[in-house]
Write a protein that binds this ligand. Sequence first.
Ligand code: PMP
Length: 379
Amino acid sequence: MIPGPIEFESEVMQCMAVPTPSHVSPDFIDTFANSLKLMKEVWQCPSGQAFIVAGTGTLAMDMAAANLIETGDKALVISTGYFGLRFAEILKRYGAEVDILEAPVGDIVSLELIDQQLKSKSYKLLTFTHVDTSTAVLNDAKSIGALGKKYKVLTVLDGVCSVAGEEIKQEDWGLDIVLTASQKAVGVPPGLALLVASPNAIQAFEQRTSPVGNYYGDWTNWLPIMKAYENRQASYFGTPAVNLVIALEKSLQLIVKEGLDNRFDRHKRAGKAMRAAIKALGLELLSKNEQVSANTLSAPLYPSQMDASSFLKGVNQEGVILAGGLLPKLKNNYFRIGHMGSVNKSDLLATVGAIESALKNNGYSDELGLGTVQILKHF
Ligand code: PMP
C-alpha cells in the first residue's frame, strides 16, 4: 500500500511473462498502436499526441522541459511539495528562468495568487503537480488549466500520482502536457514514461529555434516513431520496453472497461474512507482539508512520541507495507498510504486494521475497530 509501485492486476503481470516479441513484429505494432490510442482515451485528449518511452516519471518531466524550453524562457512552477521543486531543477537545467510559487506544507497555492503572478510577467510555460506524492495534496487542475489558457501559457501537469486515479479531462481543461509513470494508478510495473501533448505543445516544440539539449528525450527522435506505430508501421529509434508496453495495453483496457467515471469515483470513495478512518483513530493528516486532499494517497502524521520505524515495522508484521515521509524536513513526522489502481475494500480494511494494531502495540491506544468501521461506512 505504498504510493507506487502499486499492486498490479494479475492479468497485467501475466503480460510481463510472455515471451518477448520483436518490437517490429505485427502483433507488437498493434499493441503499441492500441496503447497510444487508449492513452488518449484515458487522458481524455482525443487530439493529443501520446508518447510511450522507456524510462520513469522523471524522464517524462525531463522530456516536457527539454522539448518546450529554450534558454532564457520564463517558466512558473507551482509547487505543493518535493516533486514541484524537482520540476524547477529540471527546467533550470534547460536554461529556463524559473519562478516558484510554493504552497505552505499541506496546502495549495491559491488561484488568486497564480492569477496575479501570471498577470505580472509573461511566461512561456507553467508546471504544477496534480497530486504531490510527498504531501498528498491535490491541486485544482481544471482551474489552473483555465488560467493557463487565459494568459496563453503552456500548462504542464505532473500527473504521476493522479493519471487514471484522479479525474483529468486534458483537452476540456486545456492542459498542454499531462505526464505520468507506469507504476502508479496506470497500473503497470515501473519503467515507462507516459505523456500526452496537446497540438499547442507540439506546435511550440516545432517552433523552436535551437536544438533540444537532450538526445534521448528529443521529440525530433520520438515523434516519427509514435506516428509510425499509430499508422501501424514498424519503426525504430530506441528499443521499446516490449513487455511493459504489452502490460500497458492490458492495463489501459481494464481501466476503460471499468469506466473512467467509475474509476475516479472508486478512488474518491477510497480517499474519503481512508481519511475518515485516520481521523477516527485520532491522527491528523498533512493535507489541510478535504478539498485539497488527494484520493490516490493519504499522509497521516504520527501521534507525538511515536517511534516511526517501530510503527512501520508493526504495520509490516500485520502484512501491510506503508511508506515513510518524503519531505526532508518532516520525514519522521508522517507516513504515507497509497490507495490507487486496483485498490479495493479488503485492501483498505487490512491496511487500517494493521495501522490500528501497530498503534496499539506501540502504546498509543487500546481500542480496536474505530478506523475499520469508517472504511465499512464510506467505501
Ligand atoms: N512526480 C510525482 C508526483 C511522483 O510521485 C513521482 C514518483 N514518486 C515522480 C514525479 C517521479 O517519478 P519516477 O520516480 O517514476 O521517476
